[in-house]
Design a protein around this ligand. Structure first.
Ligand SMILES: Cc1cc2nc3c(=O)[nH]c(=O)nc-3n(C[C@H](O)[C@H](O)[C@H](O)COP(=O)(O)OP(=O)(O)OC[C@H]3O[C@@H](n4cnc5c(N)ncnc54)[C@H](O)[C@@H]3O)c2cc1C
Length: 384
């Protein structure tokens, strides 16, 4: 339904929609079942310039705002959320570089991303510290003009297929969040290895692996901002990605599931009538569509606030967390209801709705679980 978009945003939305219809939607089930890096989708996104959207124009990008990124991630996720994860962490890292990189770092890394053929990973979670990311243990010890990094990161989206990784490490001596720094780590760094690919419930079209640092040498010139400023980067620069990333991904999943269920309900006949004529089914569809529109309003209102540069830090943080948890909980419910409307056909492997249901579950967990997002919202509204 209606969104205030610029002519450019509308044109980009149509272009991504056409690309998804041609290159992804017909093969989404196969890409999920294959559980491999989707090389052909990577090439299609590279050729369409989707991997460098956030770069400044001088480096070949379009300086994409949050609203523009929402549109792109939402469109891709309607067909295949896993392939949207080629765009999501890559744009997150570019945007963080824009916000926290020095002029020299921006020039050095943006030249690398300018051809639009590079991916970037975002590396925070560790085996023993997920929600409690502030206690992370991957250690970076200064030695001359390098850091020697040791530790393990888990569930890293893109695994070995990214070219650069933004890695959050403990440089100390500050305790908990105070001792965290952010390093840009090239994939070919000696001492950096990857575990085997995780097998997941859903998102088979996205690669996830562990990442192990064994005396890996990372130049100090790759640290963003000062030592101990990693948590500030997370709070200030990384936080908005939950709107155009996780929330928009979930919105796309919900829309994909709803459209499939609506189409099925109009076609399927029982008791000599289309099942779309039964009130129980009609009301499910009405609730699905209403909750999608509510989430869409929340997401695009939040993105508009981010793009305006207005709003206090607390207002933005609250709206970002609300968008993330509301939309992914909504997507889970919509996907479950879509399976119900399909009946037995929805429970069969390869049905679009069963895949979208498995994908929706991941978004309730990653990018800060929905319990953690509720903690942020309650802290910000109760102010105790
Ligand atoms: C498909 C996928 C892709 C991912 N990609 C990446 C990636 O690219 N980079 C990256 O860094 N990470 C990634 N992650 C990791 C993800 O961000 C974490 O799984 C998530 O933050 C939760 O951490 P955890 O799994 O360790 O769960 P835990 O933190 O152990 O939490 C377990 C449960 O306890 C709840 N819980 C924890 N603390 C509290 C509390 N204080 N109050 C109430 N409930 C609480 C959680 O909500 C959760 O339900 C990915 C995960 C998945 C599944």
């Amino acid at each position: 339904m209606f969104l205030h978009l610029t002519p450019f945003q509308r044109e980009l939305q149509q272009r991504v929609r056409a690309l998804v219809a041609e290159k992804i939607a017909p093969r989404a089930a196969e890409l999920d079942a294959r559980e491999e890096f989707p090389q052909e989708v990577f090439e299609a996104f590279r050729d369409a310039g989707l991997l460098r959207l956030s770069l400044p124009e001088t480096y070949g990008g379009i300086n994409a705002e949050a609203t523009t990124l929402c549109l792109v991630i939402e469109e891709i996720s309607k067909a295949s959320a896993g392939t949207a994860l080629l765009v999501f962490p890559t744009q997150a890292v570019i945007r963080i570089l824009r916000g926290a990189g020095s002029a020299e770092q921006q020039d050095r890394f943006f030249r690398e991303f300018a051809a639009g053929d590079k991916l970037a990973g975002f590396c925070l979670t560790e085996p023993n510290f997920g929600s409690d990311a502030g206690s992370l243990q991957t250690r970076a010890v200064a030695e001359g003009d390098h850091y020697i990094v040791n530790g393990t990161k888990s569930y890293i989206t893109l695994g070995p297929h990214a070219h650069y990784y933004l890695v959050f490490v403990r440089t100390g001596p500050g305790k908990r969040t105070g001792g965290i720094s952010a390093l840009v780590v090239p994939r070919d760094t000696p001492g950096l290895t990857f575990g085997r690919q995780e097998r997941k419930m859903g998102l088979g079209d996205s690669v996830t692996t562990e990442m192990v640092f064994t005396n890996a040498r990372v130049p100090k010139e790759n640290r963003l901002l000062g030592e101990g400023e990693g948590w500030r980067i997370l709070a200030r620069q990384a936080n908005p990605m939950r709107v155009w990333g996780a929330a928009s991904l979930a919105l796309g999943i919900a829309e994909g599931a709803y459209e499939a269920a609506l189409d099925f309900a109009r076609r399927r006949t029982q008791f000599k009538k289309k099942i779309a004529s039964f009130q129980a089914v009609r009301f499910m569809l009405a609730d699905m569509k209403t909750s999608i529109e509510a989430a869409k309003s929340l997401i695009y209102r939040t993105a508009a606030l981010i793009d305006s540069g207005e709003g206090s830090f607390r207002d933005l943080e609250t709206l970002v967390s609300m968008s993330k948890y509301y939309t992914s909980d909504m997507a889970m419910k919509v996907a479950i209801d879509a399976v119900q409307i399909f009946g037995g056909a929805g429970y069969l492997k390869g049905a679009p709705v069963e895949r979208l249901m498995r994908d929706a579950k991941a978004v309730q967990i990653f990018d800060g679980s929905n319990q953690i997002q509720r903690m942020v919202v309650s802290k910000n509204i109760i102010l105790d």
